[in-house]
Every structure is written in structure tokens, then in C-alpha cells.
Design a protein around this ligand. Structure first.
Ligand SMILES: [Zn+2]
Length: 273
């Protein structure tokens, strides 16, 4: 038998579907350390490890079984056995019936189907996962762009109004950070725009305040200021009731939900003149 012919047998060996005599012969050959067959063994193990667990084995119908039997019996090549070749004198050797390996053949077709199904399943799974990741990435980009467009349009709307004042909000300590507060006293809306800000430290956040008087209750929390990796920020604010801020301030706060009173130092402060 040629080693190439042992390839399918090795796949069957891995599945336990080999007939006893074939298994003995194959194991004896593998014990010789044949490198070609060692490669087939590794290949068979890889194939088996790819098949999803719980795949239902498919048995062919009796008709398909019979059709396959006729086909295999008619075309199955004679296995070349090692050992002395019988020499015939004068007459042809009587045809040796093909060994009956139906169990092996059905197992092989079952394995082929299972392997094909398994590989198709894995390939499809991979493609679907890739598309999912791409869609999620696109969604994130899109929502980021929507926020940017909304911020840009509120800045433009603010600048169109003659009631909008622009207040410089410089850093308290020397820093390249710059910020302006656009405030419309008529609509009680504003936009805080900043650049070159250092992103908040881990566990910290920036909070914007509208200061309307001297009492502690006069510091109105206006929202968390998120800084992009490039140091830019935009925060739109709106009040239902009229407010009359005199100072806009950015503080460095311990990050927490529902900030109502400042606990951290002011990093940028701007006064309305
Ligand atoms: Zn071999």
C-alpha cells in the first residue's frame, strides 16, 4: 500500500471507524515512524478538532447505500499490498473481490460531510463576526459624527444671534488650554468650547459651572466636559428658567454621577465683564 492511500485510512483511524485488520496494519506502519504518515496523522487530528461538537451524524438511505456500493465495487482500485507479487503462468489471476469496507466508506462520507459542514460553519461564523465588528465600528463613528454636527450647529446658531456674548475662560494656572463660553442671556443657552485641554486623570472629570452669586447654592452644575484625545471639547447647556451667570468655571472633580457641588479645584475661570 502506498502511503498516499493511507491518508483516508488515517482519517478513519482517528474516528475509530477502521476495521480491526486495517487498524493493525496501519498502526504497525505508523510505528515505523514514516514521516509522510505522521503528517497525515497531524492533518487528521486538525480536521477532527475543527468539527463542532454535537453535529448529528447523517446516515445515507438504503437506496443511496446500494448505489454507492455498486459504484465503489465497480471502480475501487485494487490495493497494492507489499510483499511478493504472485507470478501467474499462462493464465490470469482470478479476480480478488474488493474488500468490503462499507462501514468505513459510510463513515468516510459521514466524516466528509461533517468536516465540510464544520468548516462551512466556522468560515461563516468568522465572516459574520467580522461584519458585526465592522458595523459596530461604523455605528460608533456615526454617533460620534452626529454629536459633532449637533455641537457645530449649536455654535453657529449661537453666533447668529445678536444676544450671544463670548466670554473668555482662561486657565487658572499656566497651560496651553484655551476656552470660550458662548452665552445667550435671552434663551438661557450656552456652548462651552475648549482646545488644548489635558484629558481628565483616571477617576477624575471636568465639570462646568455657572456661578450666579456668592452663596454656595449659586454654583450651578452645568454638566461634565468630555475632552477628546486631541484636547478639544464642546458642551451645550440650556436652562428652562432664566439664569444670570457672572462667572463660568471649569473644575477638576472626582468622577461621580450627579455632581451638584464643586469638590475639586478650578482649572479655568471666566468672568462676564
Ligand atoms: Zn507511511
Amino acid at each position: 500500500m502506498l502511503c498516499a492511500d493511507r491518508r483516508d485510512l488515517i482519517l478513519l483511524l482517528a474516528s475509530g471507524a477502521l476495521e480491526a485488520a486495517e487498524e493493525r496494519e496501519l498502526r504497525a506502519h505508523l510505528a515505523t515512524g514514516c514521516p509522510q504518515c505522521a503528517g497525515y496523522v497531524a492533518e487528521a487530528q486538525a480536521v477532527w478538532s475543527q468539527i463542532p461538537m454535537g453535529l448529528t451524524p447523517v446516515m445515507p438511505s438504503p437506496a443511496a447505500r446500494e448505489l454507492l456500493r455498486i459504484k465503489v465495487e465497480g471502480t475501487m482500485p485494487q490495493a497494492v499490498e507489499s510483499g511478493p507479487i504472485p507470478i501467474s503462468r499462462g493464465r490470469q489471476p482470478s479476480p480478488v473481490p474488493a474488500p468490503k469496507k462499507w462501514g468505513a466508506v459510510f463513515a468516510a462520507s459521514g466524516i466528509a460531510a461533517a468536516v465540510a459542514a464544520g468548516i462551512t460553519f466556522l468560515a461563516l461564523n468568522g465572516v459574520i463576526k467580522q461584519k458585526d465588528d465592522l458595523l459596530r465600528q461604523r455605528d460608533a463613528e456615526l454617533s460620534g459624527l452626529k454629536v459633532e454636527v449637533k455641537n457645530a450647529s449649536s455654535v453657529i446658531n449661537m453666533l447668529h444671534s445678536p444676544d450671544t456674548m463670548i466670554v473668555n475662560v482662561p486657565p487658572v494656572e499656566k497651560s496651553p488650554a484655551e476656552a470660550r463660553m458662548l452665552w445667550n442671556a435671552k434663551s438661557n443657552t450656552g456652548v462651552f468650547v475648549g482646545s488644548n485641554l489635558k484629558p481628565a486623570a483616571p477617576g477624575r472629570c471636568y465639570e462646568l459651572w455657572l456661578i450666579v452669586g456668592d452663596k454656595p447654592a449659586d454654583k450651578l452644575a452645568a454638566g461634565k466636559v468630555e475632552v477628546s484625545p486631541s484636547g478639544d471639547t464642546t458642551l451645550s447647556v440650556a436652562w428652562k428658567d432664566p439664569v444670570h451667570p457672572v462667572i463660568f468655571a471649569l473644575t477638576d472633580e472626582p468622577d461621580r454621577p450627579n455632581i451638584v457641588d464643586p469638590q475639586g479645584p478650578a482649572v479655568m475661570v471666566g468672568k462676564i465683564n
